[in-house]
Design a protein around this ligand. Structure first.
Ligand code: DX5
Ligand code: ZN
Length: 238
């Protein structure tokens, strides 16, 4: 099975509302909350779990006030996991690094709307490299800015915390944002997936899915759980 089959499966679901193939959400544990001394164990746990994506947060200390990890780490993760590598770039000038992240093993490459003056160009470059193209939006950016581009976007990552750090509190108005985004996608007959990133837990997962979320990113909730595999299964059922 190709790494992108989970993405495609979800898209089939969206186009066949009467015959849902996969009624559950896609779970994307975020590596940021893992123990960096034990990345091999994190990958083994993920491989064994029901998670479909591995969410990999790249921060440059410029677009966000924090620095995380980059290409060499993703290269190793790629070798250790069969899951979709969902790379979230919180960096300025992401267009400079598209080919490098493809080479490192990204399946989905998400850039920030706020960091891309030529968004359509950047999305086209990502797709030309054979990756799915994602666009992330900060909590203060209105979803309506994406309407003109929605058909070109494979995944919208709605930030439900200010980007830069794991373990923050979920921003409640995200629910309304997700509903508005879902409307934009439906109106355009687009197949764009909605991903929620930040503060996702068992208290908000079901409401997010009901609002239209397809993919739930969870760092702290998964990696700080007593049983991460069971937590992934619970999030998936939400
Ligand atoms: C924040 C990152 C998130 C983060 C989520 O800038 O984009 O992916 O890892 O972590 P939690 O789930 O702990 O909020
Ligand atoms: Zn992220």
């Amino acid at each position: 099975m190709s790494q992108l089959s989970h993405i495609n499966c979800k898209i089939i679901k969206k186009n066949t509302p009467l015959y849902q193939i996969d009624p559950m959400s896609i779970i994307a544990p975020s590596l940021l909350a893992a123990n960096f001394l034990k990345l091999g164990e994190a990958c083994a746990m993920l491989n064994e779990s029901e998670a479909e994506y591995f969410h990999l947060d790249v921060m440059d200390g410029s677009f966000v006030p924090n620095i995380s990890f980059g290409l060499p780490v993703i290269e190793q993760i790629r070798k250790a996991t069969s899951k979709v590598c969902d790379v979230h770039l919180m960096i300025v000038q992401p267009e400079k690094y598209i080919a490098a992240f493809k080479k490192a093993g990204a399946d989905i490459l998400t850039v920030h709307y706020e960091a891309c003056p030529n968004l359509l160009d950047t999305l086209a470059q990502i797709k030309a490299q054979g990756m799915k193209a994602g666009v992330a939006i900060n909590p203060d950016t209105d979803v309506s800015v994406l309407a003109p581009f929605i058909k070109e976007i494979d995944l919208v990552c709605v930030m439900s915390v200010y980007p830069g750090f794991g373990g923050q509190k979920f921003i409640e108005p995200t629910y309304e944002k997700v509903k508005a985004l879902k409307q934009i996608i439906t109106n355009a007959h687009a197949t764009t997936l909605i991903e929620i990133d930040g503060g996702v837990d068992l208290n908000n997962a079901a409401t997010l899915v009901k609002a239209g979320a397809d993919v739930l990113v969870a760092g702290t909730t998964v990696f700080k759980a007593a049983d991460p595999i069971a937590m992934i299964a619970s999030l998936k059922q939400a």
